[in-house]
Design a binder for this molecule. Structure first.
Ligand code: ZN
Length: 434
C-alpha cells in the first residue's frame, strides 16, 4: 500500500516543478534569516534570484559537517527558538556534535516520511511495530515513532538493549515489524535461535533496518534467521533523521522522499555534479524544513541515483544501497578499501558469521590488515571441518574483493564485542600523523 499516492507517484515533470518552487523559497528564506547562509552565498557570488532552473542548483555553495559544527548549537536555526519543539543531536564521537531543531511542521513532515517507509514495508493500522532503535538524542527511535503515530500503526517504544525483554515482548504481543540497526537485528536473531525459536515461530513479517552500513549478504542472513522481509531505511540527523529514503517490497533501491529532499551526486574530489546513474557522494537539500534548513549538504555517503519508475508504482527517485563513506574509506598500502567490501566477501563463505573486526596496523613501514571473523556454532562443533582451509578460502575471497592481502583469524562464536547500536567494525592502530 502507498501511504501518500499523490506525492509518491507524481510525474517527474510535476515533481521537478514542485522541487524548483520549494528550492527557490528555501534559499530565499535562509538568505534572509540565517547570517551563515547570507555570508556563504555572498562569498560565493550567489544570490537567491540566480536560481531560475534546477540546473542552477550547482551554483549554490555546499554545506559541510564542519559548517554545522561551527554553528553549534543553534547558529543555523531559521526560526526563533520558541518555535522549535524538538531537538536531536549527533553523538559527537568524532568532534563537536551537530544539533538539529524541528518546528511542529518539521515533526509532521518527519512522521509523514517515516510513515511512508512503514507502509513501504507492508505496515498497516493493525501493525505492531517493535521499535528497537535507541530513543533519546539519537534520531532513530523518535523518527520511527513519529511515523507510526502519523499512520496509525501501533508503536512499542522498546529502544535498544535488554534483549531478553525484546524477545518476550515480540513473542507475547506478536509484533509484526521490527525496526533497529541491522547489527542489532542479527543479535536479536541469534538470541532467539539460542532460546530455541525457529524462524517459523517468530511473528515478524518485516524489518526496517538502517543507521549503519550493511550488505546484501547480511540482509539474506537476517531474513533467513528472522523469517521476514527486510527494508533498508536511510536518513541523517543533519537532514531530519531516518525516513529521508526507504525501500519498498521490490528491494531495488531506496525511494527518496523527493518532495522534501533534493538529491544530487557529486564527484567527492572535483565537487562537480555527476551524470544520472553514476556513483559518487550524495548531496542533499531540505526542501521543506523550517527549523534548520540545510542547503546542499555533503553527506559523504557514496551511492548512485536511479530515476526509472519502480514496479511498485512509486515514481520517487531511488538511491542505491550506500557502499561506503567518502571519509570512512581506508587507505591501506595505498589502496582504497571500504569495510563493506570485506563484509561482502566474508558473507560469501559458508561456516562463518557476519561478526567480524578489521584491525589495521603498521608494525614497521608497511600496513597490515588482520580480519577477525567469528565462525558459526555449527563450524565450531564440527570436529571434521578443516579450519585452515576455511581460513585460506576467506583470505582468497577478501584478497580478490579488495586487491590486497589480509590475514584472517578465525575466532570462537560470540567472542567479538557485540553492539546494541552501531557496530564497530574497524580498528585503525596506525599512527598516520607521523
Ligand atoms: Zn518501489
Amino acid at each position: 500500500m502507498i501511504w501518500n499516492e499523490e506525492a509518491e507517484c507524481m510525474s517527474r515533470e510535476d515533481k521537478e516543478e514542485l522541487q524548483l518552487a520549494l528550492f527557490q523559497k528555501q534559499v530565499k528564506t535562509v538568505y534572509e534569516k540565517v547570517p551563515f547562509y547570507k555570508k556563504k552565498f555572498d562569498d560565493a557570488g550567489f544570490h537567491p534570484d540566480d536560481l531560475k532552473t534546477l540546473n542552477d542548483v550547482k551554483k549554490i555553495p555546499f554545506t559541510t559537517k564542519d559548517d554545522l559544527r561551527s554553528a553549534y548549537p543553534f547558529g543555523l536555526f531559521a526560526v526563533p527558538e520558541d518555535e522549535i519543539i524538538e531537538l536531536h543531536s549527533t553523538s559527537g564521537t568524532t568532534g563537536t556534535p551537530v544539533v538539529s531543531g524541528y518546528t511542529r511542521h518539521d515533526i509532521d513532515v518527519w512522521g509523514e516520511c517515516t510513515g511512508r517507509a512503514i507502509w513501504m514495508a507492508g505496515g498497516t493500522k493493525d501493525s505492531i511495530i517493535q521499535n528497537s532503535y535507541g530513543y533519546g538524542l539519537f534520531t532513530g527511535g523518535p523518527g520511527i515513532d513519529h511515523g507510526a503515530k502519523t499512520t496509525g500503526a501501533m508503536v512499542l517504544p522498546m529502544s535498544s538493549g535488554n534483549t531478553a525483554r525484546q524477545m518476550k515482548m515480540m513473542m507475547d504481543l506478536k509484533c509484526d515489524i521490527l525496526t533497529c540497526t541491522p547489527s542489532y537485528a542479527l543479535y536479536i536473531a541469534e538470541s532467539l535461535e539460542k532460546a530455541g525459536y525457529s524462524p517459523e515461530d517468530i511473528p515478524l513479517k518485516a524489518g526496517i533496518f538502517g543507521a549503519e552500513m550493511w550488505t546484501e549478504e547480511m540482509r539474506k542472513e537476517i531474513e533467513t534467521k528472522l523469517g521476514l522481509k527486510s527494508h533498508n531505511i536511510y536518513g541523517l540527523t543533519e537532514m531530519m533523521g531516518p525516513g529521508v529514503a526507504a525501500e519498498c517490497d521490490e528491494q531495488n533501491g531506496l525511494h527518496i522522499q523527493d518532495d522534501h529532499f533534493y538529491a544530487e551526486i557529486i564527484d567527492p574530489d572535483t565537487l562537480e555534479n555527476l551524470p544520472e546513474g553514476e556513483t559518487g557522494e550524495l548531496v542533499l537539500t531540505t526542501l521543506t524544513k523550517e527549523g534548520m534548513p540545510i542547503i546542499r549538504f555533503r553527506t559523504k555517503d557514496i551511492t548512485s541515483l536511479n530515476y526509472d519508475s519502480c514496479p511498485c508504482g512509486r515514481t520517487t527517485i531511488r538511491m542505491n544501497r550506500i557502499t561506503g563513506r567518502s571519509d570512512d574509506k581506508l587507505k591501506v598500502k595505498g589502496v582504497l578499501v571500504f569495510p563493506s567490501q570485506i563484509e561482502s566477501a566474508i558473507l560469501q563463505v559458508d561456516g562463518v558469521t557476519a561478526n567480524y573486526l578489521i584491525h589495521i596496523t603498521r608494525p614497521k613501514i608497511l600496513d597490515e590488515i588482520e580480519v577477525k571473523i567469528e565462525i558459526s556454532p555449527e563450524t565450531f562443533s564440527d570436529e571434521m571441518r578443516n579450519l585452515e582451509t576455511l581460513q585460506r578460502e576467506l583470505e582468497a575471497k577478501i584478497h580478490s574483493a579488495i586487491g590486497i592481502k589480509v590475514d584472517v583469524s578465525l575466532v570462537e562464536p560470540e567472542s567479538l564485542p557485540r553492539s546494541e547500536g552501531k557496530a564497530v567494525r574497524v580498528i585503525d592502530d596506525r599512527n598516520l600523523d607521523k
